[in-house]
Design a protein around this ligand. Structure first.
Ligand SMILES: *Cc1c(COP(=O)(O)O)cnc(C)c1O
Length: 234
């Protein structure tokens, strides 16, 4: 939709206030005492979504496609941190340099590619291990049986700082399932820590399920629809 000077995303401020209240309440109920960072997912929206979020105190934005993100990065002036939250193909690793955090590291081969790219640039890249707790075949991520072995192997990847875990819960699942998935991701983070990784983050919770995710210890929630309204396409 072409925007002709009309204020985009009407109701954004109210929705954000609701989201913040919801996060605070869930955090209190959960009792994990964690800090929760709100990542505004701006995929499919234009640069004005990033600028709007930033003007309301959100300094973290999430994109799921590298090329779309690059165009937006070039078009915005505000100093947000860019999170790559979607599935990353190995041939696109070379585009990850501008991202503060790559959430979706879902295989050993991808971890190794990111490691090689970081070492070539002389940096240490912050990443999250994506886990698939429920074994849902449509979602990426490492299965529970793989966590310990990968955690040990990834210790040898000196170009990576594994900051924690990312997961996606099955869409529309009952609360008990969501809770089990999010608690499972927390256990994956424990496994990383036991292997000596600096793993503090739990990136989990989308519009449908973020209150449960925060109750279960999420440190980063990734919200698009809750902030900007429904996307026209995804
Ligand atoms: C799109 C997306 C989100 C945000 O989804 P909403 O339901 O709109 O909040 C979060 N995480 C990932 C990985 C996504 O692709």
């Amino acid at each position: 939709m072409v925007n002709s000077g009309v204020m985009p995303f009407p109701g954004f401020a109210d929705r954000l206030a609701d989201v913040r209240r919801c996060i605070a309440d869930a955090r209190a109920r959960g009792g994990h005492g964690q800090a929760v960072r709100l990542i505004a997912v701006t995929k499919t929206h234009g640069p004005e979504a990033v600028e709007l979020a930033y003007s309301h105190g959100i300094a973290d934005v999430g994109e799921n496609k590298v090329q779309e993100a690059q165009q937006k990065m070039a078009a915005v002036a505000v100093p947000v941190r860019w999170h790559l939250i979607g599935h990353l193909q190995r041939n696109k690793v070379k585009f990850t340099a501008p991202f503060a955090l790559v959430h979706g590291v879902d295989s050993r081969r991808l971890a190794e590619e990111l490691d090689a790219f970081a070492r070539k640039r002389g940096v240490v890249a912050d990443v999250l291990m994506q886990v698939n707790v429920s074994g849902e075949s449509t979602k990426g991520g490492l299965a529970p049986a793989e966590w310990a072995g990968e955690a040990a192997h990834w210790k040898g990847l000196t170009g990576l700082a594994v900051r924690g875990v990312m997961t996606m819960a099955p869409f529309g699942a009952p609360e008990a399932t969501l809770r089990a998935v999010f608690a499972g991701a927390r256990a994956a983070r424990d496994t990383l820590r036991q292997s000596g990784h600096p793993a503090e983050e739990l990136s989990m919770g989308m519009t449908e399920d973020f209150p449960v995710a925060v109750e279960e210890g999420a440190t980063m929630v990734r919200l698009g629809t809750a902030l900007f309204g429904a996307r026209e396409n995804t």
